[in-house]
Design a protein around this ligand. Structure first.
Ligand code: HEC
Ligand code: HEC
Ligand code: HEC
Ligand code: HEC
Ligand code: HEC
Length: 241
């Protein structure tokens, strides 16, 4: 009987088995890596030099985000406050609290407090705070209920899929501009008559929304989206410039 197949084909089944094994392992590891919270960074809460309580300063003392993050609605980057901002109060208040020692040391030395950055988009991604905050997107949507956090942690994934989920369905997230810094805002807080008087209602809606008991997030969102002609980029160059 003649040998129809060249000799090396004897190895073919073994080669195929090895390739399949390697691929399966790669896919499993990849899925595991990309699915873990570590990859999405949710829950990341580094130890800060001072455990700065947002809940006390925002909810209890009623401070606005912009008192400390003063560039958030005018610039691409949101800044952290400098030591002087803290010392405006803490020269008098809580003067001897040991938790504030790094702030006092920074005040004396002139060296800034070394806060650990929590949220970070890779350099190949273009991101701009002002473009979002001035279009009815609240801090809460992207950072969670910071106003109730004793210490800030990474509350949302900030992955590409997460950015796109909103860019494709802004109506699920957008809110009236004056509520962007009110992290506890709910759609039920909107008074339909006032809202419709101010923003109107989407084209093609027959019934009168100002007579409704409540407006849903989608109804509010659809109105604002049309009214402001909101069109977030969904093409690659929009975010990778
Ligand atoms: C009294 C000053 C002050 C106020 C008011 C304030 N923050 Fe902050 N914020 C800080 C400081 C200091 C840090 C850095 C320490 C930390 O990350 O815990 C910070 C950190 C953050 C971070 C994490 C930054 C990072 O590293 O990624 C977010 C998000 C944030 N603040 C959101 C808010 C929001 C939203 C509000 C309004 C509801 C607010 N902050 C009000 C002082 C303030
Ligand atoms: C507008 C005034 C004001 C500013 C500005 C301010 N704080 Fe405070 N902070 C207070 C007050 C008032 C308290 C005490 C609240 C209490 O006892 O309930 C306090 C409490 C604290 C505490 C103690 C919390 C505890 O559990 O012991 C820390 C830490 C602190 N602040 C850090 C900071 C840092 C860091 C900054 C600057 C980023 C800052 N604060 C800016 C008013 C301020
Ligand atoms: C659409 C989502 C989105 C909204 C809305 C948003 N942020 Fe952010 N925030 C981000 C992203 C993404 C980063 C990481 C940015 C980077 O790496 O340049 C970030 C970073 C930050 C930082 C850290 C900046 C630094 O350089 O360390 C602070 C502080 C912050 N945001 C505060 C706020 C405050 C306050 C608001 C509301 C007024 C807000 N953000 C609204 C997505 C958002
Ligand atoms: C909750 C909704 C929401 C999330 C989450 C969100 N965006 Fe946006 N994005 C918007 C809206 C609304 C606009 C404004 C569109 C307009 O003005 O027409 C916008 C605009 C932009 C723009 C155009 C801004 C400009 O100056 O041209 C870029 C780039 C962008 N987003 C990147 C991102 C990235 C990157 C992320 C994730 C880290 C992200 N966005 C997450 C809602 C969102
Ligand atoms: C709305 C903003 C946005 C748009 C539009 C967008 N990207 Fe991204 N992309 C991101 C962000 C944010 C990251 C970083 C994700 C992270 O850090 O986990 C990213 C990461 C990536 C990565 C790195 C892969 C990874 O998993 O780390 C690639 C490749 C990429 N994008 C390709 C694309 C392509 C191709 C398109 C067009 C089809 C596109 N992106 C459109 C926001 C966007």
């Amino acid at each position: 009987m003649a040998n129809f197949f060249p000799r090396w084909t004897n190895w073919l089944p073994l080669k195929i088995t090895i390739i399949v094994l390697v691929l399966t392992t790669a896919v499993t590891l990849g899925t595991w890596y990309y699915d873990t919270p570590k990859y999405t960074r949710v829950g990341y809460q580094p130890i800060q030099p001072v455990p700065f309580p947002h809940d006390i300063h925002v909810t209890q003392l009623g401070m606005d985000c912009r008192y400390c993050h003063s560039f958030v609605d005018v610039a691409a980057h949101s800044n952290l406050p400098n030591t002087q901002t803290c010392m405006a109060c803490h020269q008098q208040v809580q003067k001897d609290n040991p938790k504030l020692e790094p702030v006092r040391a920074s005040w004396k030395s002139g060296q800034p407090v070394e806060w650990v950055q929590i949220h970070r988009t890779p350099d190949y991604v273009f991101y701009n705070h002002a473009a979002h905050v001035n279009r009815g997107i609240s801090c809460a949507v992207c950072h969670g209920q910071v106003n109730h956090m004793p210490v800030v942690y990474h509350a949302k994934p900030h992955s590409m899929a997460w950015c796109l989920e909103c860019h494709r369905h802004v109506e699920r997230f957008i809110r009236p501009q004056e509520e962007v810094f009110n992290l506890d805002w709910k759609p039920e807080d909107v008074k339909p008559a006032e809202f419709v008087a101010k923003y109107g209602q989407p084209e093609g809606v027959k019934d009168d929304w100002s007579k409704k008991q409540h407006l849903t997030q989608e109804e509010i969102g659809q109105t604002l989206k049309e009214r402001w002609n909101v069109k977030p980029p969904v093409n690659c160059q929009g975010c990778h410039r």
